[in-house]
Design a protein around this ligand. Structure first.
Ligand code: MN
Length: 252
């Protein structure tokens, strides 16, 4: 099929660039911290099995210990109580994991106000300039937060991180054709979203609508406002609520 061979050639020659949107995964990769009495996710950990030594003279390998929601990861619908009868992460149709993406850049607003919330007006204003949100594609919400990603304290910012307003989350879930929302922060919801009504509206409405969340993205600033294609690759964890994933963007 010439379309695919043309794509392969374009990638090989660099006329289509592959941008890695994934945060590196290591013991200091920032993770969400919930207050008592809630359970918490594990940080990522490598546990060495052998490294060219008596345990395995010619080979190096590790076990890994991680939460499903550690680092750059996908939230499957079943992650939230509103999506409990929907897909687990192994059931996400592969064709939905290759999809167009648009970038809504609100890094300036989030720099002025770390509790900035994306509103319906913000999105419709963006649509008036750039066209409608893509059918079956991602809304990537840029806040500049990836620049804090190597410093867990700055990344958490004492619970003050940007997000999406309650009515906007509901509107994106129910009235816009996107398959999900991707963010640079630790989760799709704002840092203060535990006190919203409903709490965690992105999780509540988007996952409840069978859509997805994508978190801790980097390099979103290297994508155009529209035209990129995302390849999202979560592990097919059976009954899993999400998975760390590699997220690549094709940019032509
Ligand atoms: Mn998550």
């Amino acid at each position: 099929m010439s379309l695919l061979s043309d794509l392969a050639s374009a990638v090989a020659t660099g006329s289509v660039e592959v941008v890695d949107l994934t945060a590196p995964l290591h013991a200091d990769t920032p993770i969400l911290g919930l207050p008592e009495p809630f359970g918490n996710t594990w940080p990522f950990e490598l546990v060495e099995i052998s490294r060219y030594d008596a345990r395995g003279p010619a080979w190096y390998w590790n076990n890994i210990r991680t939460g499903e929601h550690t680092g750059t990861h996908l939230d499957a619908p079943v992650h939230w109580v509103t999506g409990q009868d929907s897909e687990d992460v192994s059931q996400v149709p592969p064709a939905r994991l290759v999809a167009p993406a648009v970038v809504l850049d609100f890094a300036d607003r989030a720099a002025d106000d770390p509790d900035f919330l994306l509103s319906i007006d913000d999105v419709t204003t963006w649509e008036a300039e750039h066209g409608p949100l893509p059918e079956g594609g991602w809304l990537l919400y840029r806040t500049g937060w990836d620049r804090r990603g190597d410093n867990p304290d700055e990344f958490a910012n004492a619970g003050h991180t940007p997000g999406i307003a309650i009515d906007c989350a509901r509107w994106l879930a129910e009235e816009r054709p996107v398959i999900g929302v991707g963010v640079e922060t630790v989760g799709t919801d704002a840092g203060l979203a535990h006190s919203f009504d409903p709490p965690f509206p992105c999780h509540t409405y988007l996952l409840g609508a069978g859509k997805y969340g994508l978190t801790q993205l980097r390099n979103v600033d290297r994508l155009p406002a529209r035209g990129a294609v995302l390849i999202v690759a979560p592990l097919p964890i059976v009954r899993g609520s999400g998975s760390p994933c590699r997220v690549l963007a094709l940019v032509g």
